[in-house]
Design a protein around this ligand. Structure first.
Ligand SMILES: Cc1ncc(COP(=O)(O)O)c(C=O)c1O
Length: 344
């Protein structure tokens, strides 16, 4: 029986051709900047994001936190989304690693608005740490995308205040696809941007941090400080190059499958799902059926090869990715329909 793992696109496995590209990679010592494959990936990533420089890092968390560290001083504050990954899911590194106070903006749609920036613009006050950085996220962790007009307005306001701007673009290519824009068009409204080569792009490891040359050089030193110098990392970078060359257009399938899955689930009595919120490869929904039990549903799905996370605050998140097909979506829809019908 095939396993249909809907927990996250982080579970995505690698295509055979990607592994072959890794095995064939030309490598050197990247700490001496002598790994030709890493150098090639970094040049490619800089071009794709329209930034002067880029650096290969081991994870999305590493990219975000190096961006924060390189653009703030100990004791500064940063405006962040209240549900953003870099605030809620990165082990408090913003405070622990950078000594920065996160100031969360809380909106139902998880976007940050010019009004939030306005509301947090105090004059110099000895009691208050100065905000020096705005952190955006696109695509958002709630499966929607931030319109470019909003990013543009936020960026302009941040710049008026002399702040730096970082974009957590872990799923930048998903956002680009959903918005019908290029990654560079999105990254135009940020100073630094991180994106993941893993997740939907299917590399086993790796992210990129791109931005101004001086900031990336600073980040390179901080990366070394935390043991992120990667020697013959070209084997990993080769997977990243393969991902950028061959896996970007494929994300369209994940988005289509997410819409297909959402459409099928939304037709099941008792499922509450907002179809217009399915904008990338994530489907969020609630189940409102008397006698239904989340634990036994998960067990039933697992027994039938479908792996899911428990609901958070009553909300399920199913993620489509490389290896999940339309037929798999049909299987999931059928299983949930059968299970809920048995509870009537
Ligand atoms: C929005 C967002 N940012 C950052 C990350 C961190 O990426 P990584 O797991 O590569 O550290 C994730 C991981 O899922 C994410 O969803």
């Amino acid at each position: 029986m095939k396993t249909i793992d809907l927990r996250s696109d982080t579970v995505t496995l690698q295509p055979k051709e990607m592994i072959e590209a890794m095995a064939d990679a030309e490598v050197g010592d990247d700490v001496y900047r002598e790994d030709p494959t890493i150098n090639r990936l970094e040049e490619k990533a800089a071009k794709l994001t329209g930034k002067p420089a880029a650096m290969f890092v081991l994870s999305g968390v590493m990219g975000n936190q190096l961006a924060i560290r390189s653009q703030t001083h100990h004791g500064d504050a940063a405006l962040v989304g209240a549900n953003s990954h870099l605030y809620t899911h990165e082990t408090g590194a913003i405070a622990a690693f950078s000594g920065v106070l996160p100031v969360p903006c809380s909106n139902v749609d998880d976007c940050i608005y010019p009004e939030d920036i306005e509301a947090h613009t105090e004059g110099p006050d000895i009691h208050v740490p100065p905000i020096t950085l705005l952190c955006m996220e696109n695509a958002l962790g709630n499966g929607t995308v931030v319109p470019l007009e909003l990013m543009k307005a936020d960026y302009a306001m941040a710049k008026e205040r002399g702040w730096n701007v970082h974009l957590d673009g872990a799923r930048l290519f998903n956002a680009a696809l959903a918005l019908g824009k290029t990654p560079a068009e999105i990254a135009h409204y940020t100073d630094t941007v991180s994106f993941c080569l893993s997740k939907g792009l299917s590399a086993p490891v790796g992210s990129i941090l791109a931005g101004p040359k001086e900031t990336i050089e600073k980040a390179r030193r901080y990366r070394k400080m935390i043991g992120g110098g990667i020697r013959q990392g070209g084997y990993l970078a080769a997977a990243g190059i393969y991902a950028l060359d061959h896996m970007v257009d494929r994300l369209r399938e994940d988005h289509e499958n997410a819409k297909y899955l959402a459409d099928g689930l939304s037709k099941i009595p008792g499922i509450e799902l907002e179809l217009d919120k399915v904008q990338i490869n994530m489907v969020f929904f609630k189940i409102n059926v008397p006698n239904y039990d989340a634990k036994s549903l998960r067990k039933y799905l697992q027994k039938n090869g479908v792996v899911t996370l428990p609901p958070e605050h009553g909300q399920y998140r199913f993620v489509t990715h490389y290896g999940i097909t339309k037929d798999d979506c049909d299987t999931v829809i059928r299983l949930i329909k059968e299970y809920l019908a048995s509870k009537k």
